[in-house]
Design a protein around this ligand. Structure first.
Ligand code: ZN
Length: 516
């Protein structure tokens, strides 16, 4: 550690580390999906200097890579790290760095900072462990323009939203994201989004969407996203693709067909996925239909006791619970009001409390809501999506610190699970594809040209892991556990994991501005 810090301090440009490292005799996966080769990688400063056969380099630190894999740092297209990376205490982004993740994309599902210039400035000044890429956020932009209202925007409001998207793009956002099950974006019609996507497309941005329905209406929702791409001219990216709930089980093949058909017609359509059968979001978005979620939180809570609306709302929640094994499939991840429910499912809590599952939901909803883990997918559907060459790896997680919450393990385990368990152990996909889907492919989707590949001239975001040991250790019951088997992680040439040890003071990440 000391030598790297020292080198960092002595360099002429304080932003470029004086790193001089050769990783020798490693299995090189370059992110292209091609078969690996055995050779060396030379990192000098913040760049990859050479890949292949590297002679003796004066003064270079030598790392023996025999039996180890060296590959590009992983790019997570879909995270909710927005607040975590802005918090000085968690800016090292340890649960991502310790997976081998060197770049996270924030601003997903339509939510995150609207003022991109201010956000990036803060990250620059404070320092971050991973690089950060950001998207313009539909929900926050709509909230700013017209509040949490269930109606079409006026033409002035539409223009205001388009202006905010354009400003975000000029300040370095990489595209527009929507989260169409969340407020207030859920109240938008397709035309509104096409207008906003055009504003992003003007600046060569992509359209990334948490689509309107990931269950019974999955195919219609994918078609809506494809239409938005077609009419706006943006590449379309389906976030955390899945087939959730009984109504959707087995439909992954059909979803793939719909996407393939659009691709054959020349549209760019891609997706990302986390390698788990459970998803995670808030309880409200899972069991309360959007028509009850308009206005302030006070308005929302009052609806439960409204003589007309209350009974309908409760009946709809009952229906949602019935579709999730009476609440058995919903595990509480974080409920601030009563942490002892964290890690337990709603049916079990109800039994313990001698109440009905609906009463537990109402109690939680009246007291600020909760994050949940929802066991809604099948292993078959997860594997069908994973095999597609246009499906990237992404966690949908956030910055986590060990505590009494019981979050989805994906924030700690996405990359080692896909690469270690699904590829190396279960051989669902080849190791070259697993690595490509975590590096070169997400770089291509973003049109990020100087990262994502192990190639001379690229920024030195580099990972070294032991294929025999690189695995996720985070579980649904005990999620706060870091990945095993990771040896080295360089972010812009700065060693953030050294011989298996995380270096919390090493903040090599940068805010990456689109077009700059
Ligand atoms: Zn989402």
């Amino acid at each position: 550690m000391l030598q790297f810090l020292l080198a960092f301090a002595l360099t002429a440009d304080p932003k470029v580390p004086d790193t001089n490292v050769v990783i020798r005799n490693a299995t090189i996966h370059d992110g292209s999906g091609e078969k690996p080769t055995v050779g060396d990688v030379h990192i000098a400063g913040d760049r990859i200097k050479a890949v292949g056969k590297v002679g003796k380099i004066d003064g270079a630190k030598e790392i023996d890579g025999t039996g180890l894999v060296v590959c590009p740092g992983f790019i997570d297209l879909h995270t909710h790290c927005d607040s975590g990376v802005q918090n000085k205490k968690t800016a090292a982004n340890k649960n991502y760095v310790t997976q081998g993740c060197t770049t996270v994309v924030t601003g997903n599902c339509g939510s995150g900072p609207v003022d991109v210039a201010a956000y990036f400035k803060k990250l620059d000044e404070q320092g971050i462990g991973t690089n950060v890429i950001h998207l313009a956020t539909h929900n926050d932009i709509r909230e700013k323009a017209m509040g949490n209202e269930n109606r079409k925007p006026t033409s002035e409001e539409q223009a205001k939203m388009e202006g905010l998207v354009e400003q975000a793009m000029k300040d370095g956002a990489w595209g527009l994201s929507t989260g169409l099950i969340y407020n207030p974006g859920t109240y938008s019609e397709t035309e509104e989004i096409i207008g906003l996507a055009k504003a992003a497309g003007k600046h060569d941005g992509l359209y990334a969407s948490h689509i309107r329905d990931e269950s019974g209406g999955l195919l219609v929702a994918i078609e809506e996203a494809i239409r938005i791409g077609k009419e706006s001219g943006c590449p379309v990216h389906i976030s955390h693709i899945k087939a959730s709930g009984k109504a959707a089980h087995g439909t992954s093949g059909k979803a793939v067909e719909v996407i393939e058909a659009a691709r054959k017609k020349g549209q760019t359509v891609t997706a990302d996925q986390y390698p788990y059968i459970a998803s995670s979001t808030n309880l409200r978005a899972t069991v309360v239909p959007t028509r009850y979620r308009e206005g302030s939180s006070k308005d929302y809570v009052a609806r439960y006791d409204d003589p007309v609306v209350g009974p309908k709302l409760k009946a709809d929640i009952e229906k949602a619970l019935n579709g999730r094994a009476g609440g058995k499939n919903i595990q509480i991840a974080g409920y601030a009001k009563n942490a002892k429910w964290n890690g337990k499912n709603i049916a079990a809590i109800a039994e313990e409390e001698k109440k009905e599952p609906i009463d537990i939901v109402i109690e939680i909803e009246k007291n600020g809501g909760a994050q949940i883990v929802n066991f809604g997918m099948t292993e078959e559907d997860v594997r069908v999506y994973m095999k597609q060459p246009w499906v990237a790896t992404a966690s949908d997680g956030g910055v986590q610190t060990p505590g009494d919450s019981v979050p989805h393990p994906r924030s700690y385990g996405t990359f080692p699970r896909k690469i270690g368990l699904y590829s190396i152990e279960d051989k669902v996909i080849s190791l070259e594809q697993a690595i490509r889907s975590s590096s070169g492919l997400p770089a291509d989707i973003l049109k990020l040209t100087d990262r994502g590949y192990l190639k001379a001239g690229q920024f030195a975001d580099v990972v070294v892991f032991d294929p025999k040991a690189y695995r996720d250790t985070a579980t649904y019951d005990k999620p706060h556990q870091y990945a095993a088997g990771l040896k080295w992680v360089f972010v812009n040439g700065v060693a953030e994991v050294e011989d298996g040890k995380h270096q919390p003071e090493a903040l090599g990440g940068k805010a990456l501005r689109h077009g700059k």
